[in-house]
Design a protein around this ligand. Structure first.
Ligand code: PEP
Ligand code: MG
Length: 551
């Protein structure tokens, strides 16, 4: 029996086999070959396998993301047969006698240079496709395992996981995460909480690949991973699982009850989601609706920009599933740690301070306009609100509102249905936004405070950097003061104020949230009923509502 410790970032216990996620960097080995015919046959066989993989991906994408996303994989399969690409590869094998991996890599980089030099942004974006199919072909030639795959549910172990890797995991097959590195405030940890699976990060080098395949038990609350538990430990696990089940049943009794204190103060509870499928969890926990739909994860799961039609279908499906309950769609907060190759974002020295959120949307308005049109088209099927991330200035909101007006005008001209009263909200997640909240409240229909970024930017602490985690303090009086300022501005302009950052699920702050007049909290689905319970059992108003956090 081996006991490892890390930082528990998502509560819950689970037992299962450990499976290591191996995201090995791709290496292309250059060698000269003697047998040209054999090498050509290797290349042909790899091409056939790559096409089979693409066919499978096309089928999966069709089911998950719709026709337009699926079409990309068909395009990739066609690109593998592109006559110029094929000729360049086979010539390198025949005349220069390079091995197939080297020939593919060289041919692709020549083609990539040509595409990147073109003026047309669409054609430049195709360079990402070339890199994608090249990585696939080289992967097959190298005999690399494809992305993480498991037939049975496992505890996933990894060095670390990027948000785009995480979102592509089949969450029905993941009992829990354990990672060597990682930061508790980064999106992978948030994703684990949203998905409701136990997770531990920062175990360090003690997490050995040799544990792959071993039975283990994860406790996301205590941050412990028990490998090869003995009989006594297994019995303790069974008892803990039983206790968790009992608690779940007790909490279920609270479904249908209002989110208010015994003395009648209300704090409505909504959910954060990252994928359309999680709408199911929102309904299951009886939340008031979706307070934050991180739509950028749809973009991270795709290999190319999802079309307007594909986005409309997804948003509509969520709205229909939520059946008139509010769905707050945050426009794509791409950038910083949430990037996908096809966005071709420039390398930045400080990505968290760079091209992210609405900055990207206002710099590439067509991208945001497509998303806004899709949200408005879906708005005919439910109760939707739009939320803008990373706002710092009033002029940004004015431009965003103009873009929304353009989307509405276009749809009206095209005779497409949409709701005319979609509320437009601003995230308060930069100190600037909190400081000019009075002015922003004149433009916005509601506020939603992103305490994760508000903490990062107020305290100047990179939320991704695990070595700084003890300095990352969402309870810092500077953060709470900005939160209170935003709340005051919201009240002065009679608009609601939500909190959708992770701080919202901090039960110790419930009295403070009530005191400063927060309208609603948006949290992971599994936090809804425990928070409702605390709210409903809360003592009457006291003045000691900031605990020890005010100094
Ligand atoms: C936040 O910053 O608090 C937030 C909700 O957004 P994200 O964590 O996705 O940046
Ligand atoms: Mg944020």
């Amino acid at each position: 029996m081996i006991l490892l410790h890390g930082k528990g970032v998502s509560d819950g216990i689970a037992a299962g086999k450990i499976c290591f996620y191996k995201a090995v960097p791709q290496v292309v080995v250059y060698t000269k070959i003697n047998d040209v015919a054999k090498e050509l046959a290797r290349y042909e066989a790899a091409k056939t396998t790559a096409k089979e993989q693409l066919k499978q991906l096309e089928t999966q994408a069709l089911a998950k993301l719709g026709k337009d996303s699926a079409a990309l994989f068909a395009t990739h399969a066609m690109m593998l047969d592109d006559i110029d690409f094929v000729t360049a590869i086979t010539e390198k094998i025949k005349t220069e006698q390079w091995n197939a991996e080297a020939a593919v890599s060289d041919a692709a980089s020549a083609l990539n240079t040509v595409f990147m030099a073109l003026d047309d942004a669409y054609m430049r974006a195709r360079a990402a496709d070339i890199l994608d199919i090249t990585a696939r072909l080289v992967g097959v030639l190298n005999g690399e395992q494809s992305r993480f795959h498991t037939d049975t549910p496992v505890i996933l172990a990894a060095d670390d996981l990027s948000p785009s890797e995480t979102v592509q995991l089949d969450n029905a097959k993941i009992l829990g995460f354990v990672t060597r590195g990682g930061s508790e405030n980064a999106h992978t940890a948030i994703l684990a909480r949203t998905m409701g699976i136990p997770a531990i990060i920062g175990i360090g080098d003690a997490l050995l690949e040799a544990y792959d395949g071993q039975n283990a038990r994860i406790d996301g609350k205590n941050g412990t991973l028990l490998i090869a538990p003995d009989a006594a430990e297994q019995a303790a696990y069974a008892a803990a699982a039983q206790e968790a089940e009992t608690q779940k049943i007790a909490l279920a009794q609270l479904k249908g009850l209002p989110d208010c204190t015994p003395d009648g103060r209300t704090l409505r509870l909504f959910c954060n989601i990252t994928t359309p499928a999680q709408a199911e969890d929102v309904l299951a926990c009886d939340a008031a609706g979706i307070g934050l739909f991180r739509t950028e994860f749809l973009f991270l799961a795709a290999s190319d920009y999802p079309s307007e039609a594909a986005q409309t279908a997804l948003y509509r499906a969520v709205l229909e599933k939520m059946d008139k309950k509010r769905v707050t769609m945050r426009t794509m907060d791409i950038g910083a740690d949430k990037t996908a190759a096809y966005f071709n974002l420039p390398q930045e020295a400080n990505p968290a301070l760079g091209m992210r959120g609405i900055r990207l949307g206002l710099t590439r308005p067509q991208l945001l306009l497509t998303q806004l049109r899709a949200i408005y088209r879906a708005s005919a099927y439910g109760d939707v609100a739009i939320l803008f991330p990373m706002v710092a200035s009033v002029w940004e909101v004015k431009e965003l509102k103009k873009l929304c007006a353009t989307a509405r005008q276009q749809l009206a001209q095209e005779g497409l249905a949409f709701a005319t009263n979609v509320p437009l909200g601003v995230m308060i997640e930069t100190p600037a936004a909190a400081l000019v909240a009075e002015k922003l409240a004149e433009e916005a229909d509601f506020f939603s405070v992103g305490t994760n970024d508000l903490t990062q930017y107020t305290l100047a602490i990179d939320r991704q950097n695990d070595t700084l985690s003890r300095f990352y303090e969402p309870h810092h009086p500077a953060v709470l003061r900005l939160l209170a300022m935003a709340a005051q501005a919201a009240h002065a302009h009679h608009i609601p104020i939500y909190i959708c950052g992770e701080l919202a699920s901090d039960a110790s702050l419930l009295p403070y949230f009530l005191k400063i007049g927060i309208t609603a909290l948006s949290v992971s689905p599994r936090n809804v009923l425990p928070l409702r319970k605390m709210l409903r059992e809360m003592k009457e108003k006291t003045d000691d509502t900031q605990g020890n956090h005010s100094n």
